[in-house]
Design a binder for this molecule. Structure first.
Ligand SMILES: Nc1ncnc2c1ncn2[C@@H]1O[C@H](COP(=O)(O)OP(=O)(O)O)[C@@H](O)[C@H]1O
Ligand SMILES: [Mg+2]
Length: 251
């Protein structure tokens, strides 16, 4: 069953075309990796999926669970089960991490028609999930991402993901700024959440993360579109040979 279908997506920022006809299909149970040189539009793709202001399509369409995603707000997309972990997570000074997490957790529960958790029950649930990701209570008392280290921000994103149990998660350069231990914790978090009904897209510059999160399908993105797709071996090839040969094949 398809979860996400992007057809011929074109998008401009400040009248400059950034996405130039990008198509991507993701089915239930699949893990996709998107690789590609700096500036190829990977993060733009994740902002577009999130529904960020200014990232509306010029052309093309996106469906999620057969619903047209384009008119939906970021909150509606999140409630539907689309989760985005950004390359540069935003800091929310003044917003306590625990309250923020309870808010997004209960919002999705409500949308799904399931019971919201009381404050106390939520705290219990949160502690359990956080512990699995080696996140300390102390961190949950701080403001969202405020003064978090790079590794803490990434773990906090995986914590959000674990609480929301999304249908599809898009992780943009989750490996950057992580040492090997943190990389393992984050990858295990993702692998534990993966099942036959959901899907993951990892956007990464390096093969390193893909040693831990094994992709079924690897895509190479360049100049605003996907120019080659293959199995996990394609990532190993890129690691060994760089992008140049693949890019040259196309020109
Ligand atoms: N806010 C912006 N304003 C103008 N150009 C942008 C903006 N954000 C991204 N770009 C341009 O869009 C292209 C793709 O960027 P990005 O999606 O960040 O690539 P990647 O994540 O693959 O490195 C780059 O050429 C970048 O300079
Ligand atoms: Mg990027």
């Amino acid at each position: 069953m398809p979860i996400l279908e992007i057809k011929n997506a074109e998008l401009s920022i400040d009248n400059k075309k950034i996405l130039k006809g990008l198509s991507l299909n993701v089915n239930e149970g699949e893990t996709h990796a998107i690789m590609g040189p700096n500036g190829s539009g990977k993060s733009t793709l994740s902002y577009m999926l999130a529904g960020r202001d200014g990232y509306e399509l010029d052309n093309g369409n996106i469906t999620f669970d057969n619903i047209d995603l384009t008119p939906l707000s970021p909150d509606e997309r999140s409630n539907l089960g689309l989760f985005l972990a950004f390359q540069y997570p935003v800091e929310l000074p003044g917003v306590s991490s625990t309250n923020f997490l309870r808010e997004i957790f209960n919002s999705r529960k409500k949308y799904l028609g399931e019971n919201e958790l009381s404050h106390l029950d939520f705290i219990k649930h949160l502690r359990k999930v956080a512990e699995n990701l080696s996140i300390k209570d102390e961190m949950l008392k701080r403001y969202v991402n405020f003064g978090f280290s790079g590794g803490e921000k990434k773990r906090f994103e995986i914590l959000q993901m674990a609480l929301l149990n999304p249908k599809i998660s898009v992780l943009d350069e989750t490996d950057s700024g992580l040492d090997v231990d943190a990389l393992k914790i984050v990858s295990e978090g993702v692998n534990n959440l993966k099942d036959k009904k959901n899907a993951v897209i990892v956007i990464t510059h390096y093969q390193r993360l893909l040693d831990y999160i094994k992709p079924d399908i690897v895509h190479i993105m360049s100049d605003g579109k996907i120019i080659k797709s293959g199995d996990a071996d394609l990532a190993l090839y890129v690691e060994k040979n760089g992008y140049s040969e693949i890019l040259n094949e196309k020109s």
